[in-house]
Design a protein around this ligand. Structure first.
Ligand SMILES: [Fe+2]
Ligand SMILES: [Fe+2]
Length: 317
């Protein structure tokens, strides 16, 4: 398991940099954050939290989902290593052809009346990642020296920063939609039946997982992470949009982040093909790029699994 080292050895007074919008915010104690980040003893934080810090929270484990008859997220993570011979463009095509709508979480959402509480929970957990995208892209960009890749990353970064308009910055638009979902914040969280720590575990783990790959020591491998990451983001936006088309409860103004991303994220996913060709031209080892892309995809599938599980736990308390 790759762990982003800066999180493992902070000074006792160093505060993790999580930011939550004000009215939706549910406070996490420093102890909670230290626990989820595995701070203090250098152990694998994901395993650490699964095994040892969940005693006061609902159980988050794969076996509890199997007991409920939910298919494993790992079924959506099969790989095809044809790209090793045929090139990294084949790797991109493989992820483009994957169907995110068949993830058990989205099948569950589709099988029941539209559930904006579940969408609130999804956005609540996605906020930890949307607040980091600009930093991740910037970090990779400043360490690269290739004009083709740099130009594509700059375009993505410029999009994220609202094409120069502060009110169009994606994080700003995301927060607007997240705030608009506040009336549907699950009662189990508002009442404290589910603690703030538990409600945030999928998103904190997603952020920590991505951090390792999007800030990889070799920036070319960080680009490899983007190959599947942007495709997954686009498919995720499509699945969320499918849910939002089932309700009129959120105004078009508040939905701007989502509607915009159906176009912008399609462009970014489309860049993956160009980036893959370029990585091949530069001779970046295909097996290493493939491992990055596969790992990011798996992190995404596990995240959706954990959001699904959290939903089921919320309904059962
Ligand atoms: Fe974005
Ligand atoms: Fe993107």
């Amino acid at each position: 398991m790759i762990i982003f080292k800066q999180y493992l050895r902070p000074t006792p007074t160093q505060k993790p940099s999580f930011q939550t919008p004000m009215s939706n915010s549910i406070e996490l104690s420093q102890e909670d954050l230290a626990a989820i980040l595995g701070i203090g003893d250098g152990r694998d934080s994901v395993t650490f939290n699964h095994n040892e810090t969940m005693v006061n929270a609902v159980e988050i484990s794969e076996s509890s989902m199997v007991n409920r008859g939910v298919r494993s997220w790992r079924e959506l993570c099969e790989t095809d290593r044809a790209y090793l011979d045929r090139g990294l463009e084949t790797l991109v095509q493989f992820y483009e052809q994957k169907e995110l709508g068949t993830h058990p979480y989205f099948e569950w959402l589709r099988s029941r009346p539209v559930d904006l509480s579940s969408i609130w929970l999804l956005f609540h957990n996605l906020q930890y990642v949307t607040g980091s995208i600009v930093r991740w892209l910037s970090t990779t960009l400043t360490r690269l020296n290739d004009p083709v890749i740099s130009c594509l990353l700059v375009e993505q970064l410029y999009d994220e920063l609202g094409n120069g308009k502060p009110e169009r910055v994606h994080r700003v638009l995301f927060d607007r939609l997240y705030q608009a979902l506040t009336p549907w914040k699950p009662e189990a969280i508002t009442s404290g039946k589910i603690d703030a720590f538990t409600a945030s575990i999928p998103g904190l783990k997603l952020k920590q997982g991505f951090e390792s790959y999007y800030t990889a020591q070799d920036p070319h491998l960080a680009v490899g992470s983007l190959l599947s990451g942007e495709i997954c983001a686009y498919k995720l936006d499509q699945c969320i949009h499918e849910q939002m088309t089932r309700t009129q409860a959120i105004s078009a103004h508040n939905l701007t982040w989502l509607t915009m991303h159906l176009t912008v994220e399609a462009d970014h996913a489309g860049y993956s093909t160009i980036l893959a060709r370029r990585l091949d031209q530069l001779g970046v080892p295909r097996n290493q790029v493939g491992l990055m892309a596969q790992s990011v995809w798996e992190i995404c599938m596990r995240f959706l699994h954990e959001v699904h599980q959290l939903n089921l736990e919320l309904l059962s308390v």
